[in-house]
Design a protein around this ligand. Structure first.
Ligand code: SF4
Length: 273
């Protein structure tokens, strides 16, 4: 007589959990949502309707970002505060990769305000002509280098008030420089952070300044130094504008976006590849 198996059959509930995990591991955990539905969800979120996060949810989100990447880095190539400032000015409406292709040759010739001022607008324009808006940017870089020499002793200033007086440098540029070059806990809101703040309900705001001030208010101080990079990287690689990768998102369960396509932590900490 055949021996009866003593192994218990998994309950229906357990087997559906297992199936969900297998799906998640294969990156197939996302439910499909038509693009039109996601666009509608974005329109609602940008109108400020997303449910706000609790302090505990915010703490949990940044705890996960930190666990995934304890020391996040910006992607613009630079060698000192001045070259960082120039790279950020050049990155307006351009990709970091595009800026990084042009700047090594520029910085090899001029990595200080004095050298850049001496190089002059025409040479700068030649060296950065692969970057969008290069004419205006060459003019600004030449002028800001001259201003640093004439009014700031050839040094990059360490306050936002001073930085925004430089040609081509606005509040976002100043915040990036203060954060990356001088270790100040500033929040530079670019298109990615603006989208995340509104879409997820973390920090809704009608313009970048409103989102910046809200993020400064809600993010615990211990996370502020790196928060800017974590959010930018999240927006650049996971919570992208069209068809975000919710199935690989480590804050999917916290996100309040009605258009999201997954609602759990799948394989934390996942890679951004
Ligand atoms: S679940 Fe994640 S990727 Fe999807 S919308 Fe929310 S934050 Fe963005």
């Amino acid at each position: 007589m055949a021996k009866k198996s003593t192994r218990k059959k998994p309950s229906a509930k357990k087997s559906s959990v297992r199936k969900a995990l297998v799906k998640a591991a294969k990156g197939k955990a996302a439910t499909k949502k038509p693009e039109a539905k996601q666009k509608k969800a974005d329109a609602e979120a940008f109108a400020g309707t997303a449910k706000r996060w609790t302090p505990a949810q915010i703490e949990e989100a940044f705890r996960r970002f930190q666990a995934q990447e304890p020391e996040p880095k910006g992607e613009l190539k630079h060698t000192n505060p001045f070259t960082l400032l120039v790279a950020v000015v050049l990155s307006a409406q351009a990709t970091d990769a595009g800026v990084n292709r042009a700047t090594p040759a520029l910085f090899a010739l001029a990595d200080t305000p004095a050298k850049m001022a001496a190089l002059g607008e025409d040479r700068i324009r030649d060296l950065i002509k692969t970057i969008g808006l290069f004419r205006m940017k060459a003019k600004n870089v030449a002028l800001l280098a001259r201003k640093l020499v004439d009014e700031f002793g050839g040094e990059v200033p360490r306050t936002r008030e001073e930085l925004i007086t430089l040609p081509g440098a606005g509040r976002k540029t100043a915040n990036v420089v203060l954060n990356m070059a001088f270790g100040q806990p500033t929040m530079a809101v670019d298109t990615h952070i603006f989208r995340i703040g509104n879409r997820t309900g973390l920090a809704p705001g009608k313009d970048p300044l409103a989102v910046e001030l809200e993020l400064e208010k809600v993010i615990p101080a211990k996370y502020m130094l790196h928060a800017h990079h974590w959010l930018i990287l999240h927006g650049r690689y996971i919570c992208i504008a069209r068809k975000p990768h919710c199935e690989r998102c480590i804050i999917a369960d916290l996100c309040q976006w009605p258009g999201k396509t997954a609602s759990g932590v799948t394989g934390f900490p996942p890679s951004r590849e």
